[in-house]
Write a protein that binds this ligand. Structure first.
Ligand code: OOG
Ligand code: MG
Length: 261
């Protein structure tokens, strides 16, 4: 497989996002034997298209880091993607269904990185020492694939379904918490939809960033000072409906919310 095909697949995925339309899995159409490694090449091309379009990276994100998510999506390995500036929604803001395909919400713990973290061999403890702040977040994922149906390479190529992110506004020092035992609740219209604890994410959310740094090291890249990073959903993702009022609340970390219009 050559570079031109990676680019074509990336272009196909970007146009599905822009045109807000579902597409068939890449592994049933353009490249049946797409490997994980090749899928990250496609993702790189997709990221390049967005950068050329004037978009800015807020940070990498981790996905499929909890059993709940791996089981829900039928895959068994964490992945990463990238969050861009145009994806950010203010806390308490609105997410428009018109802009998206079939969005779902996830409650996550996010990290603000204070110093570069370079793998391989990074541990969660090292990540915590280089983290400035932790904060609550809601991610709105929106797979470009029909019915959120994908294989691991498909979802990697599709920038890990990344679509919108709401970060909480209260930043807390990580040393004030035992993030593995911090509980979080995802509520929609006052009804608890799902709940979990930080430990759902690879034992501790900091382990997710360690894993990210170690994965990026394979490409000679690192987690960077100033990155704001989603560590992955602590619960399954919940489909959004018009009028939904969505909130994620974590013990001590605070609350973050948005409404669907
Ligand atoms: C892939 C993205 C997963 C998470 O937090 O686990 C993700 C998907 O489920 O469509 O962002
Ligand atoms: Mg997520």
């Amino acid at each position: 497989m050559n570079n031109a095909l990676y680019k074509d697949i990336a272009k196909h995925l970007v146009s599905a996002e822009i045109e807000k339309r579902e597409i068939e899995k890449v592994t049933s159409t353009m490249k049946q034997d797409l490997t994980v490694e090749e899928a990250y090449f496609v993702q790189e091309e997709l990221v390049k298209f967005k950068l050329e379009d004037g978009r800015r990276i807020i940070g990498p994100k981790m996905g499929l880091t909890s059993q709940a998510k791996m089981q829900q999506m039928g895959v068994n390995e964490p992945i990463y993607g990238y969050v861009f500036d145009y994806m950010l929604i203010d806390d308490g803001g609105k997410v428009s269904l018109k802009d998206l395909i079939h969005p779902k919400a996830e409650a996550e713990i996010a990290f603000v990185i204070g110093e570069d973290i370079e793998g391989p061999g990074v541990t969660g403890t090292q990540v915590l020492a280089k983290t400035d702040y932790v904060l609550p977040a809601l991610e709105i994922i929106d797979s470009r694939y029909e019915n959120f149906n994908f294989t691991l390479p498909d979802v990697i190529a599709d920038n890990a379904s990344t679509s919108r992110v709401v970060f909480g506004t209260s930043l807390k020092k990580p040393e004030l918490f035992e993030l593995d035992v911090v509980g979080g609740v995802l509520t929609i219209n006052g009804e608890i939809k799902d709940l979990g604890a930080g430990a759902a994410v690879l034992g501790h959310p900091a382990n997710s960033i360690a894993r990210l740094a170690n994965m990026l090291a394979r490409k000679g890249e690192k987690v960077k000072k100033g990155d704001i990073i989603l560590t992955g959903a602590i619960t399954g993702a919940v489909k959004l409906q018009n009028g939904d009022s969505v909130s994620a609340k974590f013990d001590g970390l605070g609350e973050v919310s948005f409404t669907v219009v």
